[in-house]
Design a protein around this ligand. Structure first.
Ligand code: HMG
Ligand code: MG
Length: 285
């Protein structure tokens, strides 16, 4: 009924910290990344090549990436546009993530382009990333609902997904950016996506606003999904998704999965200490 092997992609250093109101010192971010790497994560999202005026917390992207290269870990950096991709290539990033809203209203707030304009920019971006041997993770944000538009239809998600598949995304991440999905919606949407795109690798990315993120993971697993994003300490949130809270907490998800007998390849005990450390970096309650 459930996939036995699950990959957890730790997004704490990126999603977890990007919305922190007080700047976290770069040295502390490096310490977090090192601690997480020791726990066994095969890959994690560590930073974003975004504009520091839009997201001040990610202004140290270059330093973080240099550190990740030194550590020799596999990591992902967010690249919302061609300028970001060029920065990533120069910095020798192994995996990028593009992120586009199924809701155009959100996409405009988040990256100042309509969904269609962002998808158009993906044509040259995907080609350039592939030329450089970079793995492409492609997020569909607001895949269930949107704080600006309200309901998001399955067809809106499908439209973006079709484009990503055509462009050759290596992984497609279905994001519940504002944490409003419920397990029924999650099960149904993932099931349909898997039927329509049997050869595509899908990942679930759930924010925990309504405290349903763990239940949503379980629903996605029932639909055959075996990769999930999570953030240590349950930190996180997108600055342009008002009211949303953090990602599903890695320590809670790891606990649930290991007690279900799933193989996750992570030191679950060790996560507790790292979770305390991550929370200590946050100025929120
Ligand atoms: P813009 O202002 O529209 O950019 O921002 P522009 O193309 O008009 O250029 C204006 C200036 O910005 C120019 O500089 C560009 O060079 C510069 P000037 O000539 O004026 O000196 N510029 C850049 N600088 C640094 N890095 C760049 C870059 N691009 C242009 N990449 C931009 C467009 C995309 C940069 C901006 O809107 C932005 O940074 N947005 C980021 C928003 C963000 O990071 N949101 C959080 C991540 S998404 C998320 O959390 C959801 C997720 O977790 C999934 C889920 O939960 O579902 C992934
Ligand atoms: Mg997110």
């Amino acid at each position: 009924l459930f996939p036995k092997q699950i990959e957890l992609i730790e997004v704490g250093p990126r999603d977890g910290l990007q919305n922190e109101p007080v700047l976290v010192p770069t040295e502390k971010k490096k310490e977090l990344i090192q601690k997480l790497a020791r726990l066994g994560f095969a890959r994690m999202e560590t930073t974003s090549f975004v504009h520091p005026k839009w997201v001040p917390q990610m202004a140290d992207a270059n330093e973080i990436v240099n550190y990740c290269n030194q550590l020799g870990i596999t990591y992902i950096a967010l690249t919302p546009n061609m300028k970001a991709l060029k920065r990533a290539i120069e910095a020798k990033v192994p995996q990028i993530a593009v992120f586009i809203g199924a809701s155009s209203a959100f996409n405009k707030k988040n990256i100042n382009k309509t969904t269609e304009e962002s998808l158009d920019e993906c044509n040259p971006m995907f080609a350039k990333a592939k030329e450089n041997g970079i793995f492409i993770r492609a997020y569909i944000s607001m895949s269930f609902s949107c704080p600006y538009q309200g309901e998001v239809s399955f067809n809106e998600v499908l439209g973006v997904c079709e484009r990503f598949v055509k462009l050759g995304a290596d992984e497609i991440v279905i994001g519940d950016t504002n944490g409003q999905a419920d397990p029924k919606m999650v099960y149904e949407r993932f099931l349909r996506l898997r039927e329509l795109f049997p050869n595509t690798v899908f990942t679930g990315h759930f924010h925990d606003t309504k405290k349903m993120a763990l239940a949503n993971v379980l629903a996605a697993m029932q639909a055959g999904i075996a990769k999930f994003d999570s953030a240590v300490g349950g930190l996180g949130g997108c600055p342009y998704s008002p009211g949303a809270t953090g990602n599903v907490a890695t320590e809670e998800l790891a606990q649930m999965l290991s007690s279900m007998g799933c193989e996750i390849g992570i030191d679950v005990q060790g996560l507790q200490e790292v979770s305390h450390f991550a929370k200590s970096l946050s100025s929120r309650d």
